[in-house]
Design a protein around this ligand. Sequence first.
Ligand code: NDP
Length: 339
Amino acid sequence: MQTGSESLMDVLSFKSYVVEEHEGKYSGEVKKRTLDDLPEDELLVKVHYSSLNYKDALSASGNKGVTKKYPHTPGVDAVGTVVHDFSGRFQEHEAVIVTGYDLGMNTPGGFGQYIRVPSSWAVRLPDGMTMQDAMIFGTAGLTAGLALLKITEALKPEDGRIAVSGASGGVGTMCIAMLAKLGYSVAAVSSKEQEREFLLTLGACEFLPRSDFDKESSSPLLKGEFSGVIDTVGGAVLSTLIRSVKPLGTVVACGNALSPKLELTVYPFILRGISLIGIDSQHCPMSVRETVWDRLAYQWKPEVFETLYREITLDEIGDTIDLMLKAKIKGRTLLNLNA
Ligand code: NDP
Protein backbone atom coordinates (compact mmCIF):
# COMPACT_ATOMS: atom_id res chain seq x y z
CA MET A 1 0.00 0.00 0.00
CA GLN A 2 1.29 3.49 -0.82
CA THR A 3 1.77 6.12 1.83
CA GLY A 4 0.07 9.49 1.36
CA SER A 5 3.32 11.29 0.56
CA GLU A 6 4.38 8.69 -2.03
CA SER A 7 0.96 9.03 -3.66
CA LEU A 8 1.29 12.80 -3.78
CA MET A 9 4.73 12.65 -5.38
CA ASP A 10 3.29 10.36 -8.04
CA VAL A 11 0.69 12.96 -8.95
CA LEU A 12 2.74 15.01 -11.39
CA SER A 13 -0.32 15.46 -13.53
CA PHE A 14 -3.76 13.97 -13.88
CA LYS A 15 -6.65 13.92 -16.35
CA SER A 16 -9.62 16.27 -16.16
CA TYR A 17 -12.51 17.18 -18.44
CA VAL A 18 -12.04 20.94 -18.82
CA VAL A 19 -14.75 23.23 -20.23
CA GLU A 20 -13.55 26.46 -21.83
CA GLU A 21 -15.35 29.57 -23.03
CA HIS A 22 -14.48 31.08 -26.42
CA GLU A 23 -16.50 34.11 -27.50
CA GLY A 24 -19.61 32.99 -25.64
CA LYS A 25 -19.38 29.35 -26.85
CA TYR A 26 -18.51 26.49 -24.51
CA SER A 27 -16.61 23.32 -25.33
CA GLY A 28 -14.86 20.70 -23.29
CA GLU A 29 -11.95 18.30 -23.69
CA VAL A 30 -9.83 16.00 -21.56
CA LYS A 31 -6.66 17.82 -20.48
CA LYS A 32 -3.71 17.34 -18.16
CA ARG A 33 -3.97 19.17 -14.85
CA THR A 34 -1.68 19.39 -11.81
CA LEU A 35 -2.50 19.66 -8.12
CA ASP A 36 -1.64 23.40 -8.40
CA ASP A 37 -4.81 23.75 -10.51
CA LEU A 38 -6.91 22.68 -7.51
CA PRO A 39 -7.89 25.12 -4.74
CA GLU A 40 -5.97 25.11 -1.46
CA ASP A 41 -8.08 23.07 0.93
CA GLU A 42 -8.01 20.38 3.60
CA LEU A 43 -9.05 17.20 1.86
CA LEU A 44 -7.32 15.81 -1.23
CA VAL A 45 -9.17 12.88 -2.80
CA LYS A 46 -8.13 10.57 -5.63
CA VAL A 47 -11.39 10.21 -7.52
CA HIS A 48 -12.32 6.69 -8.66
CA TYR A 49 -15.84 7.34 -9.95
CA SER A 50 -18.11 10.29 -10.64
CA SER A 51 -21.50 10.44 -12.32
CA LEU A 52 -23.38 12.68 -14.72
CA ASN A 53 -26.16 14.87 -13.32
CA TYR A 54 -28.32 17.47 -15.04
CA LYS A 55 -26.45 20.24 -13.23
CA ASP A 56 -23.17 19.03 -14.79
CA ALA A 57 -24.72 19.35 -18.24
CA LEU A 58 -25.73 22.92 -17.35
CA SER A 59 -22.23 23.70 -16.05
CA ALA A 60 -20.61 22.21 -19.17
CA SER A 61 -22.82 24.28 -21.46
CA GLY A 62 -22.12 27.67 -19.89
CA ASN A 63 -25.05 28.10 -17.50
CA LYS A 64 -23.79 31.00 -15.37
CA GLY A 65 -26.35 30.21 -12.66
CA VAL A 66 -24.30 27.05 -12.06
CA THR A 67 -20.73 28.02 -13.04
CA LYS A 68 -19.50 31.59 -13.21
CA LYS A 69 -15.90 31.18 -14.33
CA TYR A 70 -14.23 29.08 -17.04
CA PRO A 71 -12.00 27.12 -17.68
CA HIS A 72 -13.79 24.75 -15.33
CA THR A 73 -14.07 21.05 -14.52
CA PRO A 74 -17.69 20.03 -13.80
CA GLY A 75 -18.81 17.05 -11.71
CA VAL A 76 -21.03 17.58 -8.67
CA ASP A 77 -20.32 13.99 -7.56
CA ALA A 78 -17.15 12.15 -6.62
CA VAL A 79 -16.15 9.06 -4.69
CA GLY A 80 -12.57 8.12 -4.04
CA THR A 81 -9.80 7.56 -1.55
CA VAL A 82 -8.28 10.13 0.78
CA VAL A 83 -4.72 11.17 -0.13
CA HIS A 84 -4.51 13.48 2.87
CA ASP A 85 -6.85 15.39 5.16
CA PHE A 86 -5.35 18.31 7.08
CA SER A 87 -8.49 18.51 9.26
CA GLY A 88 -7.72 15.09 10.73
CA ARG A 89 -11.29 13.87 10.18
CA PHE A 90 -10.36 11.19 7.64
CA GLN A 91 -7.44 8.75 7.40
CA GLU A 92 -5.32 8.17 4.31
CA HIS A 93 -6.88 5.61 1.94
CA GLU A 94 -10.34 5.92 3.52
CA ALA A 95 -13.13 5.93 0.94
CA VAL A 96 -15.26 9.08 0.95
CA ILE A 97 -18.21 10.44 -1.01
CA VAL A 98 -18.40 14.14 -1.90
CA THR A 99 -21.60 15.48 -3.49
CA GLY A 100 -23.10 18.94 -3.73
CA TYR A 101 -21.92 22.03 -1.87
CA ASP A 102 -19.80 23.87 -4.46
CA LEU A 103 -18.23 20.77 -6.01
CA GLY A 104 -18.36 20.98 -9.81
CA MET A 105 -19.99 24.40 -9.70
CA ASN A 106 -17.13 26.85 -9.08
CA THR A 107 -14.84 24.29 -7.42
CA PRO A 108 -13.17 21.82 -9.84
CA GLY A 109 -15.36 18.72 -9.70
CA GLY A 110 -15.47 14.99 -10.11
CA PHE A 111 -14.76 14.97 -13.85
CA GLY A 112 -11.10 15.16 -12.82
CA GLN A 113 -8.97 12.42 -11.27
CA TYR A 114 -8.33 14.53 -8.13
CA ILE A 115 -10.42 16.98 -6.13
CA ARG A 116 -9.47 19.18 -3.15
CA VAL A 117 -12.32 20.33 -0.91
CA PRO A 118 -13.20 21.20 2.72
CA SER A 119 -13.37 17.95 4.66
CA SER A 120 -16.82 19.00 5.96
CA TRP A 121 -18.15 18.24 2.45
CA ALA A 122 -17.28 14.53 2.65
CA VAL A 123 -19.23 11.53 3.90
CA ARG A 124 -17.56 8.20 4.77
CA LEU A 125 -18.53 5.51 2.28
CA PRO A 126 -21.14 3.49 4.22
CA ASP A 127 -20.35 -0.11 5.18
CA GLY A 128 -21.65 -2.46 2.52
CA MET A 129 -21.58 0.12 -0.29
CA THR A 130 -18.96 -0.06 -3.05
CA MET A 131 -17.50 3.08 -4.61
CA GLN A 132 -19.18 2.11 -7.85
CA ASP A 133 -22.58 1.82 -6.14
CA ALA A 134 -22.09 5.21 -4.46
CA MET A 135 -21.80 6.92 -7.83
CA ILE A 136 -24.59 4.91 -9.46
CA PHE A 137 -26.66 6.62 -6.77
CA GLY A 138 -24.71 9.93 -6.76
CA THR A 139 -26.61 13.19 -6.37
CA ALA A 140 -29.61 11.65 -8.15
CA GLY A 141 -29.80 8.86 -5.58
CA LEU A 142 -29.27 11.25 -2.68
CA THR A 143 -32.02 13.50 -4.04
CA ALA A 144 -34.36 10.54 -4.53
CA GLY A 145 -33.51 9.43 -0.99
CA LEU A 146 -34.31 12.88 0.42
CA ALA A 147 -37.63 12.80 -1.46
CA LEU A 148 -38.29 9.32 -0.09
CA LEU A 149 -37.71 10.54 3.48
CA LYS A 150 -40.49 13.10 2.95
CA ILE A 151 -42.90 10.71 1.19
CA THR A 152 -42.47 7.90 3.72
CA GLU A 153 -42.98 10.33 6.63
CA ALA A 154 -46.26 11.55 5.12
CA LEU A 155 -47.79 8.61 3.22
CA LYS A 156 -48.22 4.86 3.48
CA PRO A 157 -48.37 2.56 0.45
CA GLU A 158 -52.12 1.99 1.03
CA ASP A 159 -52.82 5.75 0.72
CA GLY A 160 -52.65 5.43 -3.08
CA ARG A 161 -50.50 6.01 -6.14
CA ILE A 162 -47.41 8.24 -6.21
CA ALA A 163 -46.68 10.00 -9.52
CA VAL A 164 -43.01 10.45 -10.50
CA SER A 165 -42.25 12.88 -13.35
CA GLY A 166 -39.11 13.02 -15.48
CA ALA A 167 -39.45 9.30 -14.86
CA SER A 168 -36.75 8.06 -17.22
CA GLY A 169 -34.07 10.43 -15.83
CA GLY A 170 -31.56 9.84 -13.04
CA VAL A 171 -33.69 11.10 -10.13
CA GLY A 172 -36.88 9.68 -11.68
CA THR A 173 -35.59 6.13 -12.16
CA MET A 174 -34.11 6.06 -8.64
CA CYS A 175 -37.41 7.27 -7.15
CA ILE A 176 -39.47 4.68 -9.03
CA ALA A 177 -37.19 1.77 -8.15
CA MET A 178 -36.96 2.74 -4.46
CA LEU A 179 -40.68 3.52 -4.01
CA ALA A 180 -41.55 0.19 -5.65
CA LYS A 181 -39.15 -1.63 -3.31
CA LEU A 182 -40.98 -0.06 -0.33
CA GLY A 183 -44.35 -1.26 -1.65
CA TYR A 184 -45.74 1.99 -3.12
CA SER A 185 -47.73 1.99 -6.39
CA VAL A 186 -45.94 4.31 -8.78
CA ALA A 187 -47.24 6.08 -11.89
CA ALA A 188 -44.32 6.99 -14.17
CA VAL A 189 -44.89 10.30 -16.01
CA SER A 190 -42.52 10.40 -18.97
CA SER A 191 -42.06 11.88 -22.43
CA LYS A 192 -40.47 8.63 -23.64
CA GLU A 193 -43.04 6.12 -24.88
CA GLN A 194 -40.07 3.94 -25.95
CA GLU A 195 -39.10 3.58 -22.25
CA ARG A 196 -42.55 2.36 -21.14
CA GLU A 197 -41.38 -1.25 -20.65
CA PHE A 198 -38.16 -0.17 -18.92
CA LEU A 199 -40.11 1.98 -16.44
CA LEU A 200 -42.54 -0.87 -15.75
CA THR A 201 -39.63 -3.26 -15.10
CA LEU A 202 -38.25 -0.76 -12.56
CA GLY A 203 -41.48 -1.26 -10.63
CA ALA A 204 -43.88 1.41 -11.95
CA CYS A 205 -47.45 0.07 -12.09
CA GLU A 206 -48.38 2.37 -14.96
CA PHE A 207 -46.90 4.65 -17.62
CA LEU A 208 -48.50 8.07 -18.15
CA PRO A 209 -47.41 10.19 -21.15
CA ARG A 210 -46.04 13.58 -20.18
CA SER A 211 -48.26 15.18 -22.83
CA ASP A 212 -51.24 14.48 -20.51
CA PHE A 213 -49.70 16.82 -17.95
CA ASP A 214 -47.79 19.58 -19.73
CA LYS A 215 -50.68 21.80 -20.93
CA GLU A 216 -51.34 25.11 -19.22
CA SER A 217 -54.86 25.15 -17.75
CA SER A 218 -56.74 27.62 -15.60
CA SER A 219 -58.69 25.02 -13.56
CA PRO A 220 -57.66 25.55 -9.94
CA LEU A 221 -58.24 21.88 -9.11
CA LEU A 222 -58.35 18.68 -11.18
CA LYS A 223 -59.63 15.20 -10.31
CA GLY A 224 -57.67 13.95 -7.28
CA GLU A 225 -55.77 10.92 -8.60
CA PHE A 226 -52.52 10.66 -6.65
CA SER A 227 -51.73 10.51 -2.95
CA GLY A 228 -48.29 11.94 -3.62
CA VAL A 229 -45.94 13.27 -6.27
CA ILE A 230 -42.20 13.44 -6.79
CA ASP A 231 -41.59 15.98 -9.55
CA THR A 232 -38.27 16.59 -11.31
CA VAL A 233 -39.40 18.80 -14.20
CA GLY A 234 -41.35 21.79 -12.74
CA GLY A 235 -43.49 24.10 -14.89
CA ALA A 236 -46.88 23.01 -16.21
CA VAL A 237 -46.23 19.36 -15.29
CA LEU A 238 -45.74 20.20 -11.62
CA SER A 239 -48.71 22.55 -11.67
CA THR A 240 -50.96 19.85 -13.18
CA LEU A 241 -49.71 17.23 -10.74
CA ILE A 242 -50.31 19.44 -7.68
CA ARG A 243 -53.87 20.04 -8.85
CA SER A 244 -54.33 16.26 -9.34
CA VAL A 245 -53.42 15.28 -5.78
CA LYS A 246 -56.04 13.93 -3.39
CA PRO A 247 -56.83 15.71 -0.11
CA LEU A 248 -53.94 15.74 2.40
CA GLY A 249 -51.50 14.54 -0.25
CA THR A 250 -47.80 15.39 -0.40
CA VAL A 251 -45.89 16.82 -3.35
CA VAL A 252 -42.10 16.86 -3.39
CA ALA A 253 -40.48 19.28 -5.86
CA CYS A 254 -36.94 18.34 -6.89
CA GLY A 255 -36.18 19.87 -10.27
CA ASN A 256 -36.84 22.17 -13.19
CA ALA A 257 -35.82 20.23 -16.32
CA LEU A 258 -38.92 21.64 -18.08
CA SER A 259 -39.25 25.03 -16.37
CA PRO A 260 -38.55 26.82 -13.09
CA LYS A 261 -41.97 28.50 -13.28
CA LEU A 262 -44.96 27.34 -11.28
CA GLU A 263 -48.40 28.77 -11.99
CA LEU A 264 -51.03 27.85 -9.43
CA THR A 265 -53.74 29.17 -7.20
CA VAL A 266 -53.69 28.53 -3.47
CA TYR A 267 -56.75 26.22 -3.74
CA PRO A 268 -54.85 22.87 -3.70
CA PHE A 269 -53.37 24.00 -0.38
CA ILE A 270 -56.40 25.57 1.31
CA LEU A 271 -59.16 23.31 -0.07
CA ARG A 272 -57.30 19.97 -0.13
CA GLY A 273 -54.61 20.50 2.50
CA ILE A 274 -51.84 19.52 0.07
CA SER A 275 -48.24 19.89 1.30
CA LEU A 276 -45.58 21.09 -1.13
CA ILE A 277 -42.05 20.22 0.00
CA GLY A 278 -38.79 21.24 -1.67
CA ILE A 279 -35.58 19.22 -1.85
CA ASP A 280 -32.10 20.75 -1.75
CA SER A 281 -29.49 18.04 -1.96
CA GLN A 282 -26.69 20.57 -2.40
CA HIS A 283 -26.83 22.04 1.10
CA CYS A 284 -28.71 19.38 3.05
CA PRO A 285 -27.29 18.94 6.57
CA MET A 286 -24.57 16.34 7.13
CA SER A 287 -26.67 14.33 9.61
CA VAL A 288 -29.45 13.95 7.01
CA ARG A 289 -26.93 13.04 4.28
CA GLU A 290 -25.47 10.31 6.48
CA THR A 291 -28.94 8.93 7.25
CA VAL A 292 -29.86 8.81 3.56
CA TRP A 293 -26.53 7.27 2.46
CA ASP A 294 -26.91 4.56 5.13
CA ARG A 295 -30.42 3.74 3.91
CA LEU A 296 -29.26 3.69 0.29
CA ALA A 297 -26.64 1.09 1.22
CA TYR A 298 -29.22 -1.52 2.34
CA GLN A 299 -32.87 -0.69 3.11
CA TRP A 300 -33.61 1.37 0.01
CA LYS A 301 -31.17 -0.14 -2.49
CA PRO A 302 -33.37 -1.06 -5.46
CA GLU A 303 -33.67 -4.70 -6.51
CA VAL A 304 -33.13 -3.54 -10.09
CA PHE A 305 -29.98 -1.52 -9.28
CA GLU A 306 -27.87 -3.12 -12.03
CA THR A 307 -30.33 -2.02 -14.73
CA LEU A 308 -30.26 1.63 -13.68
CA TYR A 309 -26.94 2.76 -15.17
CA ARG A 310 -24.37 2.57 -17.88
CA GLU A 311 -20.66 3.15 -17.36
CA ILE A 312 -18.57 5.55 -19.46
CA THR A 313 -14.99 6.86 -19.51
CA LEU A 314 -13.73 10.42 -19.38
CA ASP A 315 -13.32 10.39 -23.18
CA GLU A 316 -17.07 9.79 -23.57
CA ILE A 317 -18.30 12.49 -21.19
CA GLY A 318 -18.63 15.31 -23.78
CA ASP A 319 -20.93 13.32 -26.07
CA THR A 320 -22.93 12.05 -23.09
CA ILE A 321 -23.48 15.61 -21.83
CA ASP A 322 -24.88 16.54 -25.27
CA LEU A 323 -27.31 13.61 -25.06
CA MET A 324 -28.42 14.66 -21.56
CA LEU A 325 -29.14 18.21 -22.76
CA LYS A 326 -31.35 16.68 -25.48
CA ALA A 327 -33.14 14.51 -22.83
CA LYS A 328 -31.89 11.40 -24.65
CA ILE A 329 -30.44 9.58 -21.66
CA LYS A 330 -32.21 7.09 -19.48
CA GLY A 331 -31.24 6.27 -15.91
CA ARG A 332 -27.84 7.04 -14.47
CA THR A 333 -24.43 7.50 -16.09
CA LEU A 334 -21.46 6.26 -14.06
CA LEU A 335 -18.11 7.86 -14.94
CA ASN A 336 -15.04 5.67 -14.38
CA LEU A 337 -12.05 8.02 -13.94
CA ASN A 338 -9.45 5.29 -14.23
CA ALA A 339 -10.63 3.35 -17.29
P1 NDP B 1 -31.86 13.77 -16.11
O1 NDP B 1 -31.44 14.55 -17.29
O2 NDP B 1 -31.24 12.46 -15.82
O3 NDP B 1 -33.44 13.53 -16.16
C1 NDP B 1 -34.35 14.56 -16.37
C2 NDP B 1 -35.60 13.97 -16.98
O4 NDP B 1 -36.56 15.02 -17.08
C3 NDP B 1 -35.39 13.45 -18.40
O5 NDP B 1 -34.98 12.13 -18.43
C4 NDP B 1 -36.78 13.63 -18.98
O6 NDP B 1 -37.60 12.58 -18.50
C5 NDP B 1 -37.23 14.91 -18.33
N1 NDP B 1 -36.85 16.10 -19.13
C6 NDP B 1 -35.63 16.45 -19.58
N2 NDP B 1 -35.68 17.58 -20.28
C7 NDP B 1 -36.95 17.97 -20.24
C8 NDP B 1 -37.64 19.09 -20.78
N3 NDP B 1 -37.03 20.01 -21.50
N4 NDP B 1 -38.93 19.16 -20.54
C9 NDP B 1 -39.56 18.25 -19.79
N5 NDP B 1 -38.97 17.16 -19.27
C10 NDP B 1 -37.68 17.03 -19.49
O7 NDP B 1 -31.70 14.75 -14.85
P2 NDP B 1 -31.68 14.38 -13.30
O8 NDP B 1 -32.62 13.28 -13.04
O9 NDP B 1 -30.28 14.31 -12.83
O10 NDP B 1 -32.30 15.73 -12.69
C11 NDP B 1 -33.69 16.00 -12.86
C12 NDP B 1 -34.00 17.39 -12.34
O11 NDP B 1 -33.78 17.42 -10.95
C13 NDP B 1 -33.13 18.50 -12.94
O12 NDP B 1 -33.90 19.67 -13.09
C14 NDP B 1 -32.08 18.72 -11.89
O13 NDP B 1 -31.52 20.01 -11.93
C15 NDP B 1 -32.89 18.47 -10.62
N6 NDP B 1 -32.10 18.05 -9.49
C16 NDP B 1 -32.34 18.68 -8.31
C17 NDP B 1 -31.67 18.32 -7.19
C18 NDP B 1 -32.03 18.98 -5.89
O14 NDP B 1 -31.24 18.91 -4.96
N7 NDP B 1 -33.19 19.60 -5.80
C19 NDP B 1 -30.59 17.33 -7.23
C20 NDP B 1 -30.51 16.62 -8.51
C21 NDP B 1 -31.22 17.02 -9.60
P3 NDP B 1 -38.80 11.93 -19.35
O15 NDP B 1 -38.36 11.94 -20.79
O16 NDP B 1 -38.94 10.57 -18.79
O17 NDP B 1 -40.00 12.78 -19.14
